[in-house]
Design a protein around this ligand. Structure first.
Ligand code: ARG
Length: 459
């Protein structure tokens, strides 16, 4: 059944049908499509455009189509083109020609736009939930490992000791921006285009705001041409997915590094690793590598959708059908990666001795010693020079500062003593010096834990 057959003497070619159909992938929109049709029918009845009896029959028919589709009985014929026609054709099988009245004062242009708004809002809600679960995994790990110290890095060179919990909470707060972005997408999507019809509105006296209310959407578009051609909300979804994937990819990179023998900071459980078909000793962090690799797909989809919309004249153009596979893949991949990342993070087992050994590498405390000298009255530039001299001296003699005698130290600065070195060249002591807001000290991390827990409690 085609909705537009009247003007045509011949059917589209087989190739054209296969080329243009979207039913094979837009069938996942069926529940939104049917919800939209139901709201539309109710509005048509309220406006006196359909009789109560007609509306009643159509609503019962649509409900029954929904049950069939939920059971998986969705027609597959590519002649049906898309989900909108598939629903109408199934409705026709149930209520006869009356089915054609569902499409009064509506076009597939505003219909498909509505479906995408409803789908997008749900998708963004689901992604936000998945982000929250991953945040929970990070917070649990941070709380369970509050006292472990590790090297913090800049340029991937050991820089200063940090608490492992501090490092983990950096991801928690990074992910909080993803949660906020997905919430923003929900708001952007919550606008109804239904009533725009093909592009200019309808000759029927419609009440689009009441349809929107019925669907739980707080607003309608101000302009029908914008309504049928706007895909900004989908661009926002694609960007939010891409940003989340960039974050997951950074995390994955760290997990890959941490689980190498070179770092040896963590182990992954067998549940999320795989072996090699040739090297029996191998246990690879494939979960992390796959997440990192899949980020490419999601970044590509964002660029793809931008490219699809960039040259479109007003209003609807068939190019917009290309939005679907784009956003579906962005959503599917990001959701799966968020789920996998939660399992991966929860499964990380920390190798405390390796972390602490690496954090105790004495040059990591060089800044603290310079700060100590500056606190003792030396201008920071001079303090920096003294510690530079200490580092050079240790390099030349192959000793660590705690191995230097009082005489050797006083040559470098009268303020340096073995007692000072014993106190300062200690990783735990180093993090303990940093307790102002946002720093890595235990009190600061405790405050972060509290704030993170509040974030999760708010939902
Ligand atoms: N499958 C189409 C899409 O996804 C539905 C709208 C078709 N409208 C049209 N005028 N051909 O965009």
């Amino acid at each position: 059944m085609r909705q537009w057959g009247g003007r045509f003497a011949q059917s589209p070619s087989e190739m054209m049908l296969s080329f243009s159909e979207s039913l094979s992938y837009d069938k996942r929109l069926f529940s939104y499509d049917i919800a939209g049709s139901m709201a539309h029918v109710k509005m048509l009845e309220r406006q006196g455009i359909l009789s109560g009896e007609e509306a009643g029959t159509l609503l019962a028919g649509l409900k029954s189509v929904r049950s069939d589709f939920e059971r998986g009985e969705i027609p597959q014929e590519k002649e049906l083109e898309d989900i909108h026609t598939a629903v109408e054709s199934s409705l026709r099988a149930k209520v006869g020609d009356l089915a054609g009245k569902v499409h009064t004062a509506r076009s597939r242009n505003d219909q498909v736009a509505l479906d995408m708004h409803l789908w997008c809002a749900d998708a963004a809600r689901e992604l936000r939930e998945a982000v929250r679960s991953l945040q929970r995994a990070f917070l649990d790990q941070a709380v369970a490992n509050k006292t472990l110290v590790m090297p913090g890095y800049t340029h991937l060179q050991r820089a200063q000791p940090v608490l492992l919990a501090h490092h983990l909470l950096a991801y928690f707060f990074m992910l909080d921006r993803d949660a906020a972005r997905f919430a923003g997408v929900v708001s952007s999507a919550a606008v109804s285009p239904l009533g725009a019809a093909a592009l200019a509105g309808s000759t029927f006296p419609l009440d689009p705001a009441s349809t929107a209310r019925d669907l739980g959407l707080p607003a309608i578009y101000d302009n029908s041409m914008d309504a049928v051609s706007d895909r900004d909300f989908l661009l926002e979804l694609c960007f939010a997915c891409a940003a989340a994937m960039a974050h997951l990819s950074r995390l994955s990179e760290e997990v890959v590094l941490w689980t190498t023998p070179e770092f040896g900071y963590a182990r992954l459980p067998d549940a999320v690793t795989t072996g090699s078909s040739i090297m029996p000793q191998k246990k690879n962090a494939d979960c992390a590598e796959l997440i990192r690799g899949r980020s490419g797909r999601v970044f590509g989809r964002l660029m793809g959708l931008l490219t699809t919309v960039k040259g479109l004249p007003m209003a609807y153009c068939r190019d917009l059908q290309e939005d679907k596979e784009t956003v579906f893949e962005s959503f599917d991949v990001t959701l799966a990666c968020l789920g996998m990342a939660s399992q991966m993070v929860s499964g990380l087992e920390w190798r405390a001795e390796r972390l602490s050994e690496a954090a105790s590498d004495w040059p990591l405390m060089a800044t603290d010693v310079a700060d100590f000298l500056a606190r003792s009255g030396l201008p920071f530039r001079d303090a920096h020079k003294v510690v530079g001299g200490l580092v050079r001296y240790c390099g030349e003699t192959g000793k660590s500062p705690t191995e230097l005698s009082a005489g050797e130290l006083s040559q470098l600065s009268p303020l340096l003593t073995p007692e000072v070195c014993a106190e300062m060249f200690d990783a735990k002591h180093s993090v303990g010096l940093r307790n102002h807001p946002m720093a890595t000290g235990p009190a600061s991390v405790e405050a972060q834990v509290k704030k993170a827990a509040e974030v999760l409690d708010r939902g």
